[in-house]
Design a protein around this ligand. Structure first.
Ligand code: CTP
Ligand code: CA
Length: 227
């Protein structure tokens, strides 16, 4: 199939992409979330689909429409995102771009009311599951290539290199999202691709170009035999 379609090097492969933020409810009207538009993740999902992969996009709440040519599963919380990812296994490639909230709270069943003079409520945070680390664990259904993202505000390469080892993923795409860069919420991205052999710095590119370049790397990796 792949030899017949050189422009679709991922034909016959399946891919899972997480994207967007997660929302962790505090009560029926409030939530905890990270800043994430979902743009980079949706662009990667689209580039994987364009390369012929069968794509499942597991997306937290975004304002972006469901992309054409793939299965989109909409979720709210980190717990639901993990369940949707598990349901998408087995697959060949997993790319975790989602800005998953690190904590959740036990949500109040009714809207928490302000009471004059009373102390403000204190949120008791509990850790969320780590989806990337879970997908990276050795298992018969571990995707052959697991890729994470690391948005850092300082010491980008050392932090991301340590994160790759901690999570157990194969590659990590690191970027500097500190306020001066203008990356956060923008249409461009400037990343380093980190694997077991080191770090490769890419120039600042449109997020769709970053996606295409990453997918080209994925295709090359999967075409190369690995012991
Ligand atoms: N990630 C995930 N599930 C989580 C947290 C993070 O799948 N509960 C994934 C993200 O999608 C990303 C990678 O892990 O691909 C790195 O996320 P990041 O928030 O940078 O890592 P953390 O381990 O949460 O570290 P930090 O303390 O920097 O937030
Ligand atoms: Ca985090």
């Amino acid at each position: 199939l792949r030899l017949l379609h050189p422009d679709r090097p991922l034909a016959g492969r399946s891919a899972l992409v997480t994207a967007g933020p997660t929302h962790e409810p505090i009560d029926p009207v409030r939530y905890i979330a990270n800043r994430s538009s979902g743009t980079q993740g949706y662009a990667i999902a689209a580039a994987l689909a364009a390369a012929g992969a069968d794509v499942t996009l597991v997306s937290g709440p975004t304002t972006l429409p469901d992309p054409a040519g793939m299965r989109t599963v909409r979720v709210e919380t980190a717990h639901d995102m993990l369940e949707a990812c598990r349901a998408a296994l087995p697959c060949d490639i997993a790319v975790c771009t989602a800005a998953v909230a690190d904590w959740h709270v036990a949500p109040a069943p009714q809207k928490i009311k302000k009471t004059a003079g009373a102390p403000p409520p204190v949120l008791q945070l509990a850790p969320n599951p780590d989806i990337l680390a879970t997908l990276s664990q050795p298992s018969p259904t571990r995707p052959g290539l697991v890729i994470g993202f690391a948005a850092e505000t300082e010491h980008v390469v050392p932090h991301a290199t340590a994160k790759r080892l901690r999570k157990g993923c194969d590659w990590i795409v690191a970027n500097d999202v500190s306020p001066g860069t203008g990356i956060m919420g923008g249409t461009e991205n400037e990343v380093c691709l980190i694997d077991a052999t080191g770090c490769e710095h890419w120039p600042r590119l449109d997020k769709t170009q970053v996606a295409r370049k990453l997918v080209a790397r994925i295709a090359t990796f999967l075409q190369t035999p690995h012991p």
